[in-house]
Ligand binder design. Structure first.
Ligand SMILES: [Zn+2]
Length: 348
């Protein structure tokens, strides 16, 4: 049997932030408590937004926190390269298989047309992103290709994708209704996030995926791609998001919560203590090493947590509020009380 393996998969588009450190800590705890290995992969597909110096800084910040990995970027290993932009040939091979199986189709719609196609009309069953290109004849496709290179999209149906999330419980998505036909390769030839992650997780032997709750419906798309490509599915745990005081997701504008600032003012143990308290693993933030934390998924909070960074003073209290859900996920409770989260008052 394949040994268990988890992963860190940051996108190096800025300094590490309290929000992604939260996911990485839970990923590390999950892997280590399951006796699994860990791989670090850089999701640097977008050549305009990702790359140095962020790649190197991410590695430094993870090491500063004391979160180690066994394979991947900065360490090496047999299943590299570990940067997505060096793995194009592998995505190309998967893309050719999907093409041969007619699981994908060429699309010439503009971004504007794609957005218009996905807007639901009142009283209509929502069907995301199925465009007229899907019905074009072979001859018409050839004619258009001579004029303009197409994007390629997955041709999904009303297939139900169900899986058991380690934290969020049973999940079920109607692919056509909830996800729609999604881009697997852009018109400029850059491979889409969903295809790259699917290929990487499979070929790197990843069996445990821990990441933010905003990627729950990506799991449905990736499970479909894995099925089409004959890959084994990993188990998933989608963890809460850290939100700013206004209820929006912590963003890079909260400069005082990025690791440039945090490392100047706090010890790694203090930052880990805060993250563990947010997760529900400690009653209040107190300095701790990752290896000292006792972990199981039934102790981790499910609802998003508010980190209030509005007060700019040096030693201000950092208030941790109640769970709230972002507007993209209206199906969940808007204001839920999460005692282990709201009791975690502390300073950072
Ligand atoms: Zn189209």
């Amino acid at each position: 049997m394949m040994p268990d393996k988890g992963r860190f998969a940051p996108s190096p588009s800025g300094r590490m932030h309290l929000g992604n450190a939260f996911s990485f800590l839970l990923s590390w705890l999950d892997a280590r408590s399951a006796g699994a290995g860990l791989v670090l992969r850089m999701e640097d597909l977008d050549p305009d937004r990702t790359g140095p110096p962020w790649t190197g800084l991410l590695v430094e910040d993870l090491r500063w926190l004391g979160l180690d990995w066994d394979e991947g970027y900065g360490v090496g290993g047999p299943l590299g390269p570990y940067c997505q932009r060096e793995r194009t040939a592998l995505y190309e091979a998967a893309f050719r298989r999907l093409q041969a199986q007619e699981d994908i189709y060429p699309c010439w719609c503009s971004r504007h047309q794609r957005l218009a196609a996905s807007a639901p009309h009142p009283g209509e069953v929502r069907d995301l992103g199925r465009c007229p290109c899907r019905k074009l004849s072979h001859a018409e496709r050839e004619r258009r290709t001579l004029v303009k290179a197409p994007a390629w999209k997955a041709a999904v149906s009303h297939q139900l994708i169900a899986f058991q999330d380690l934290l969020q419980g049973p999940q079920s998505f109607d692919l056509s209704r909830d996800c729609g036909d999604f881009v697997v390769r852009r018109a400029d030839g850059v491979y889409g996030y969903q295809l790259a992650v699917t290929v990487d997780d499979a070929l790197m032997g990843v069996t445990r995926v821990v990441r933010g709750r905003d990627l729950l419906d990506s799991a449905a798309r990736q499970l479909w791609l894995m099925e089409r490509l004959g890959y084994a599915a990993p188990v998933y745990a989608h963890v809460p998001l850290l939100l700013a005081g206004d209820g929006r997701r912590l963003a890079k504008r909260e400069r005082d919560l990025d690791f440039g600032e945090l490392r100047a003012r706090r010890t790694p143990e203090e930052v880990l203590g805060l993250l563990a308290a947010l997760a529900g693993l400690l009653e209040r933030p107190e300095p701790v090493k990752a290896a000292e934390l006792s972990f199981s998924w039934d102790r981790v909070v499910r609802e998003d947590c508010i980190v209030d960074a509005d007060q700019p003073s040096e030693s201000r209290p950092l208030r941790i509020g109640e769970g709230q859900t972002d507007p993209q996920h209206p199906s969940k409770h808007i204001q839920t009380s999460t005692p282990s989260c709201s009791s975690a008052e502390g300073t950072i």
